[in-house]
Design a protein around this ligand. Structure first.
Ligand SMILES: *Cc1c(COP(=O)(O)O)cnc(C)c1O
Length: 423
């Protein structure tokens, strides 16, 4: 049995079946924006490993950071102990996120960071003695992870709430705004959210949403004005606001964090994905002193969470190096150049009969087709064209590393046009 056969027969992949219908492509190595397959083929990577590898692969500064940390210690428990990589990273996160966010809870994945955010909100109200506030208000089309509490605030249809209705807590959902830009944004876009929060605010612990970009739930962008209106309504009704920046964080939309597009500050914020430049799983939940202080001053006086691998030193060290590399790079110019090129080169897709919409924001380019695409056939066609693009549902999209060169990006966009035109 070859390794590929074994993989297909015994190893689960994300959202797959067992045995898997088709083999996965074996990757031998990755460097810069290129993936090298076992058979020697080289692919320009359009996915940045799901938003993560913002500096590309095999980055000397990141390799060095992790190697240096390895010589000191790979891991140590975080209960009762601390270490320089974690302190340094917390300092950085506190300084680059909105000022009100002053304390950091480290977690091992984005979904867990979301669990923590939801739990913080519940414990905050518990500490204040308000036992009514046990529900969350989220947006339709949202995605916040695959664990149960995270799943309960994902879009109810794509999050398959019906299948899990015996175990999933039931929360409230508002329509996401329909327009992409402030110019297209009207009062009608706020109606559903306004109605939900007005009706349910006494039961709401928090609102949770992805700022500006709804990622895995549909790759949709919405107007910063909506976020401002949401913040104002949360304030008016005394509801906490959690922003999930796991996909949008670290420059992807053209601002370091997407909430800066609307100049708003959440009460709780989740980061993950690009935090370590795509090296190791690490996420964090940041919160205001009001949240941290209220929880700590109430009953039981502790926040009831503590992952085994909390603040893993290797992960923190590489996250520090990644943030430094980002901030010392011309990332704004790079993301803006990618945006300009994507706008220009994806525009012709609008004329294809298969295409419903083309949208670009920062280093994110999306072609939405009328019908769901054949993911496997399309991946194969992209590999044949020398690129790595993995569509889902009716979305053919890329979010490349910021270091991608114009000719490499052109290879991705022309493959997208070519493959979609033949679908
Ligand atoms: C990917 C993602 C998550 C989940 O992160 P994992 O590390 O996969 O658990 C949560 N929220 C958003 C917005 C994401 O894009």
């Amino acid at each position: 049995m070859t390794d590929t056969d074994f993989d297909q027969q015994h190893i689960w992949h994300p959202y797959s079946s067992m045995p898997s219908a088709l083999p996965a492509y074996p990757v031998k190595s990755a460097s810069g924006v290129m993936l090298t397959l076992d058979d020697g083929r080289e692919l320009v990577d359009g996915m940045a490993s799901w938003w993560c590898a913002i500096h590309g692969y095999n980055v000397p500064q990141l390799n060095e950071a992790i190697e240096n940390q390895l010589e000191n210690m790979a891991h140590v428990m975080f209960g009762g102990l601390t270490h320089e990589p974690a302190v340094e990273l917390a300092k950085k996160l506190v300084s680059i996120t909105p000022e009100k966010l002053q304390s950091v809870f480290f977690a091992d994945s984005g979904s867990v960071a979301v669990e923590i955010a939801l739990k913080l909100a519940l414990q905050y109200w518990h500490a204040k003695g308000d036992t009514q506030r046990q529900k969350f208000l989220a947006l339709k089309g949202g995605y916040h992870g695959d664990t149960f509490a995270a799943m309960s605030v994902c879009d109810p249809v794509s999050g398959m709430h019906a299948m899990f209705n015996e175990v999933l807590p039931v929360h409230y959902f508002a329509d996401a705004p329909s327009g992409q830009h402030n110019a297209q944004y009207t009062d009608a876009d706020l109606n559903s959210f306004k109605q939900q929060i007005e009706q349910h605010h006494r039961k709401l612990a928090a609102v949770i949403l992805e700022p500006i970009v709804q990622g895995a739930g549909g790759m949709r962008f919405y107007a910063p004005q909506f976020l401002q209106d949401v913040r104002a309504l949360c304030d008016k009704h005394g509801v906490l606001l959690i922003t999930d920046e796991i996909a949008t964080g670290f420059g992807r939309t053209g601002k370091l964090f997407a909430c800066e597009q609307a100049n708003i500050t959440p009460d709780i914020m989740c980061v993950g994905k690009a935090l370590t430049g795509g090296y190791i799983s690490l996420a964090a939940t940041l919160m205001s002193n009001e949240i941290a202080g209220t929880i700590s001053g109430g009953e039981p006086g502790l926040f009831m969470h503590g992952p085994t691998f909390m603040a893993n030193p290797l992960a923190c060290a590489v996250a520090n190096a990644s943030i430094e590399l980002l901030l010392n790079s011309p990332w704004q110019q790079r993301v803006s150049n990618i945006e300009t090129q994507l706008l220009r080169e994806l525009k012709p897709a609008r004329d294809l009969k298969q295409v419903k919409d083309v949208r670009v924001l920062g280093a994110i380019g999306v072609i939405e087709t009328h019908q769901a695409v054949d993911q496997t056939a399309m991946c194969q066609a992209f590999v044949d064209a020398g690129v790595w693009v993995r569509p889902f549902s009716n979305l053919v999209y890329i979010m490349p590393s910021y270091i991608i060169e114009p000719d490499e990006l052109t290879k991705l966009t022309s493959a997208m046009l070519h493959v979609v035109s033949r679908a």
